[in-house]
Design a protein around this ligand. Structure first.
Ligand code: ADE
Ligand code: ZN
Length: 339
């Protein structure tokens, strides 16, 4: 398997499903807690890691929102984002499209500008110094109401030239996409692209709603779409990108064994699936660890892996020239590294 790990390590790729707050490693959480004088209910890094045992999405979210409380100043958001970018650049990522949850911070009194300025500065530095390009996606927390999402869109007004898309995350069950129909329409009218988490824990009808009611350009997760043949046919026909997160799915018990993960089935059904890390500090692995876990459990071939890497560029929000350039780089890599 070492050769598959080496093949993955060098494969040019994009990451399309990454929550910046979910890249907060326990070491940085401790350092920021100390720097900012914020109390956290853990005595050591080991104790934090030991608490990362989840049986469903909500178990994780409770601890993830708690961890984010150490983030207060622009420098904190810069440090968080920069740590992720250096890590994913080492995994061969050439482009990333990253989520942030403004409401997690503005609801604690941290100004939107503090959050966005820190993140944007790190993204700009990564392009200049690491050659990693990026798009920023602002998520609405779906357990809050649509009025709060509208307030967030208003907070973002002067940043909309630097925000590519809006997304929808947090507790899925009981909070269907249609709850946010009007704010998604307003975001589209402002020229933003649209994505939404759907079909992670929620059922296939939530994926239909994300497509038909919100009009999304991409589905985040989408696992439960496989329960519905007509939906699979629609997703395949439209070449709708699914941002799949193997290690997240395992940690949150969306799948119980990586051997049961639907990623290979998605590829065989002609779906445009991609591999992503979701919240790598909490789920035990960054981008390449996700490729490797799936490759080993599902016996993915080099052709499957290069399809996944090409899908990550095809499904990105880059322009057509950049997509073509990156996909050609994947092809060249595969030729140069023929088994
Ligand atoms: N926020 C961070 N990670 C998430 C996930 N996997 N699902 C929903 N909301 C999230
Ligand atoms: Zn996610």
């Amino acid at each position: 398997m070492a050769d598959i790990a080496d093949f993955i390590a060098g494969l040019p790729k994009a990451e399309l499903h990454l929550h910046l707050e979910g890249s907060l490693e326990p070491e940085l959480m401790f350092a920021l807690a100390k720097r900012n004088g914020v109390a956290i209910p853990f005595a050591s890094v080991e104790e934090v890691r030991a608490a990362y045992s989840f049986s469903r999405l909500q178990d994780f979210l409770d601890i993830y929102y708690q961890g984010a409380q150490v983030l207060l100043h622009e420098q904190d958001f810069f440090d968080l984002t920069w740590a992720y970018l250096t890590r994913v650049a080492a995994d061969g990522a050439r482009h990333v499209e990253v989520f942030f949850d403004p409401q997690t911070h503005t609801d604690r009194g941290v100004p939107f500008a503090t959050v966005a300025d820190g993140m944007l500065a790190a993204l700009a530095r990564a392009e200049a110094e690491l050659g990693v390009t990026s798009k920023l996606i602002m998520c609405f927390l779906r357990h809050l109401d649509e009025e709060a999402a509208f307030a967030t869109l208003k907070d973002a007004e002067s940043y909309l030239d630097r925000i590519a898309a809006v997304g929808l995350d947090s507790s899925e069950l009981g909070h269907p996409p249609a709850k946010f129909a009007r704010v998604y329409k307003a975001a589209r009218e402002r020229g933003l692209l649209l994505v939404a988490h759907a079909g992670e824990e929620g059922p296939a009808p939530y994926v239909w709603e994300a497509l038909d009611v919100l009009g999304v350009d991409r589905i985040d997760h989408g696992n439960r779409a496989l329960d519905d043949d007509a939906l699979v046919a629609r997703l395949a026909a439209e070449q709708m990108t699914l941002t799949v997160c193997p290690l997240s799915n395992l940690k949150l018990c969306v799948v119980h064994d990586m051997k049961d993960h639907p990623l290979k089935r998605m590829l065989d059904l002609g779906l445009r699936a991609t591999v992503n890390s979701d919240d790598p500090a909490y789920f035990g692995g960054y981008l390449n660890a996700n490729y490797l876990a799936a490759a080993q459990a599902l016996s993915l071939s080099r052709a499957d892996l290069s399809t996944l890497a090409k899908n990550s560029f095809a499904g990105s929000f880059l322009d057509a020239d950049a997509k073509a350039r990156h996909m050609a780089a994947v092809d060249a890599y595969v030729v140069a590294h023929a088994a």
